[in-house]
Each structure stands twice: as structure tokens, then as C-alpha cells.
Design a protein around this ligand. Structure first.
Ligand code: ADP
Ligand code: MG
Length: 330
């Protein structure tokens, strides 16, 4: 079983950033409002994610680290309309098979917390452990028992920057959640939550500014359009801010950050037709559609989706942006 989990880990866990992604997504699925992320050595030595979400009952801790045990869908039909970020039940067992892993949790409403330790896939006993309502997952010494993978890890700075880039991607999509990051014991980044918000400001605007800076914000065109059963909203940069490279392109489908050639083609094409050829638009765009129209179970890491009607999606995105951009030129 450990071996199978380690093999699965090859698909889900590439580097510290993928661990952070899976654990933070679990925290979001559990309804967390605040997530604390502690890292050491770019996450190679330690990743500790603590949330104030719903928690896990002591009796269910062993299930959480068991392969294909997910509490998020009950049958394959539920996959058609999955609303959570996770659904495969692979992340925790995979991560726990290639690290020294501790899962501590207390269900809200429960009097006591509990701890389950897993060492390189060897699952220990559940023991009582003090913890506020919510969950802490601690991952030490990633790939310590898989030298062939460990040697692919890069320098601390590189791994840290992958984590930071992923957190930026997340922070743009979830301005409602406060995120605090510390590296080697020092606070390194804080994405403010509602509690720190000044009156009259929108959290999404604050996040945009913090994530992409003054220049982008000043030149960003706000888009929000419904049609054909879909909604596209967010920001696309105007001509003054076009890029020489394709960085700063954030696309989300039903709240999930994805790479999709079909949609990015539509965006690029609209931009090129109205404005420039050969330049790259910067954007933060959210596409919402009926979950039944999109398959999120294309790859274990869930970076990709497949649209049932990709032509329709392409045309909707293209027309929405073409019109929005054309209006600014008129
Ligand atoms: P998935 O997210 O696909 O269900 P995971 O392996 O990531 O699978 O997590 C397994 C299960 O452990 C989840 O279905 C959930 O019930 C529980 N779990 C994991 N992390 C948390 C968390 N931070 N808070 C509450 N429950 C969690
Ligand atoms: Mg998960």
C-alpha cells in the first residue's frame, strides 16, 4: 500500500508547492476563514498548514490518510457536479507516504483534538492531542524516503517562489480567506482578510493590487458578462500594460485555477483582434459554468479541465472580451 501511495505521490506531489496546494485546498474545502502556512527551507524541511475549518473527528483520522477515502463525494455521479476542490482522496495518503506526516484536528463542537502520525506511509495510532477547532497538517522532510525524487528538488529560493506563485494564484480567487505565510520562522507574506479591510474598499481589488501591483491595477479593464449559461468576470489589462511574455495570466474555471488551451486561445485571439498582434495580455479571469459542462477529473493534479462544449465556451469568452476591449477603443 505504501508503494502504491508513493507511486500516486509521483502524480500528485511534484514538489513542496504541490503539497501546499493540496493542503490549502483541503483547508478551503473545510470552510476555513484563515489559513496559516509555516515553511522551512522552501518547504523541503517543513510545511505546516493550520486552518480554522470544520476539522476531522478523531475516529475519522485514519480514513483521511487512507487511499481513495474522500468525504467529498459519495458516488461517481457526484463527480458530475463536484463543488469542492478535492474529490479523489489521494492527496493525504500520497503526501504521508513520502514524508514524516502529522495530522492534528479537532472537529468544531468536539471537546478534544486528536493526532495521527504517519512516517513514510507507516500509519500510527490516533492519540489525544490539544488543538483548537480546525486542522493542522505537518509535513516534514519531503521525499526523505524516496531519494530519486528528493534529488529533483531545487534550491530553497526556487521551491519557495513556486509556493508563493501558487499562493498568489489562490489569493486572487479567494479574497474572502486570510492567508499568512512564514518562512524559516519569519512572517513573509500576509494576505489580509475581511477583518483588516478598510471601509469602502473591495477585497478583490485589494487582492488584485497586492498580487499584480499598481501598474496592472491602473490599466486593468473590469469584465463581467453573462450569456449562454456562462459568466466571465475579472480583469484584463489594457494596451498600455501588454506583456512581452505570457506571465500574469490567471484563469479559473468554477473557482479552480487551470491551464486551458481552448480558453487561453480565445482570450489571446480577442486581444489580438482588437489591439495587438504578437503581444501577450495579462489577465485574471473567472469563468463560471454549470459543473456538468466541465470535467475536472482529467489529471490527478487537477490543473486541467475538459469542456463538454468547448466551441461554445471559446466563442463566449472570445465575444465577451472582444466587445469589452473594443468599447475602450471606441
Ligand atoms: P480529497 O480532498 O480528495 O477528499 P485528501 O486526501 O486531500 O482527499 O483528503 C482526505 C480527506 O481528509 C478529505 O476528504 C477530508 O474529509 C479530510 N481532510 C483533509 N484535510 C482536511 C482539513 N484541513 N479539514 C478537514 N478535513 C480534512
Ligand atoms: Mg484534497
Amino acid at each position: 500500500d505504501t508503494l502504491i501511495n508513493q507511486i500516486a505521490a509521483g502524480e500528485v506531489v511534484e514538489r513542496p508547492a504541490s503539497v501546499v496546494k493540496e493542503l490549502v485546498e483541503n483547508a478551503l474545502d473545510a470552510g476555513a476563514r484563515r489559513i496559516d502556512i509555516d515553511l522551512e527551507d522552501g518547504g523541503i524541511r517543513l510545511i505546516r498548514i493550520r486552518d480554522d475549518g470544520g476539522g476531522i473527528d478523531a475516529s475519522e483520522l485514519p480514513l483521511a490518510v487512507q487511499r481513495h477515502a474522500t468525504s467529498k463525494i459519495a458516488s461517481i455521479d457526484d463527480l458530475e457536479s463536484v463543488a469542492t476542490l478535492g474529490f479523489r482522496g489521494e492527496a493525504l495518503p500520497s503526501v504521508a507516504s513520502v514524508s514524516r506526516f502529522r495530522l492534528t484536528s479537532r472537529r468544531s463542537g468536539s471537546e478534544h483534538g486528536a493526532l495521527l502520525q504517519v512516517d513514510g506511509g507507516k500509519v500510527g495510532e490516533v492519540t489525544p492531542h490539544a488543538h483548537p477547532p480546525g486542522t493542522t497538517v505537518e509535513v516534514r522532510d519531503l521525499f526523505y524516503n524516496v531519494p530519486a525524487r528528493r534529488k529533483f528538488l531545487r534550491a530553497e529560493r526556487t521551491e519557495l517562489s513556486h509556493i508563493e506563485e501558487w499562493l498568489r494564484t489562490l489569493a486572487l480567487a479567494r479574497p474572502d480567506v486570510e492567508l499568512r505565510v512564514a518562512h524559516n520562522g519569519k512572517p513573509s507574506r500576509r494576505w489580509k482578510g475581511e477583518a483588516q479591510l478598510q471601509e469602502g474598499t473591495m477585497l478583490s481589488d485589494v487582492r488584485l493590487h497586492e498580487a499584480l501591483g499598481e501598474d496592472f491595477t491602473r490599466n486593468a479593464l473590469r469584465v463581467d458578462h453573462d450569456g449562454a449559461g456562462m459568466r466571465l468576470h475579472g480583469w484584463i489589462a489594457q494596451p498600455a500594460y501588454n506583456r512581452a511574455s505570457s506571465d500574469q495570466q490567471y484563469l479559473y474555471v468554477n473557482g479552480r485555477s487551470v491551464r486551458d488551451r481552448n480558453v487561453s486561445h480565445a482570450i489571446r485571439q480577442a486581444y489580438a483582434d482588437v489591439l495587438f498582434h504578437g503581444r501577450h495580455p495579462a489577465y485574471v479571469l473567472f469563468l463560471e459554468l454549470d459543473p456538468r459542462g466541465v470535467d475536472v477529473n482529467v489529471h490527478p493534479a487537477k490543473h486541467e479541465v475538459r469542456f463538454r462544449e468547448s466551441r461554445l465556451v471559446h466563442d463566449f469568452v472570445y465575444r465577451t472580451l472582444h466587445q469589452a476591449l473594443a468599447e475602450t477603443r471606441a
